[in-house]
Design a protein around this ligand. Structure first.
Ligand SMILES: [Zn+2]
Ligand SMILES: [Zn+2]
Length: 117
């Protein structure tokens, strides 16, 4: 006894002195709102969130968070949107590229509908 091993202790309570108070964090299982998968909000992550003053628990699993980060344009390089007219329904829309005369542009609804079919 008395060893400090913390391996394989993922579900063990984890005590942290935080602002002079003993705070206990425990791994929590949350459900990703994007894909519905369960993921673990670990004690270490909860501590990190508390330190940063974040009020909200993560709502997405790691895979979805990583995917969202990857799909977001790099900081400082906002995507420029261009006005266009949907070739299918004629509604005005915006696209992240300069529309070309020889390439039809579709609004997000028509685009999604076509790709679902
Ligand atoms: Zn997910
Ligand atoms: Zn359309």
């Amino acid at each position: 006894m008395g060893s400090k091993t913390r391996s394989a202790g993922a579900t063990k309570p984890y005590f942290i002195y935080f602002g002079g108070f003993l705070t206990m964090y425990e791994d929590k299982t949350l459900v990703c709102k994007d894909c519905g998968a369960e993921f673990v909000f670990t004690a270490g992550e909860q501590e990190f969130y508390a330190e940063k003053g974040f009020q909200n628990e993560p709502t997405r699993c790691k895979a979805c968070r990583t995917a969202r980060k990857a799909s977001r344009p790099a900081a400082g390089a906002p995507r420029e949107m261009h006005d266009a007219i949907c070739a299918n329904c004629g509604k005005p829309t915006q696209v992240p590229f300069i529309p070309r005369e020889d390439r039809p542009v579709y609004c997000s609804e028509c685009f999604a509908a076509m790709h679902r079919a």
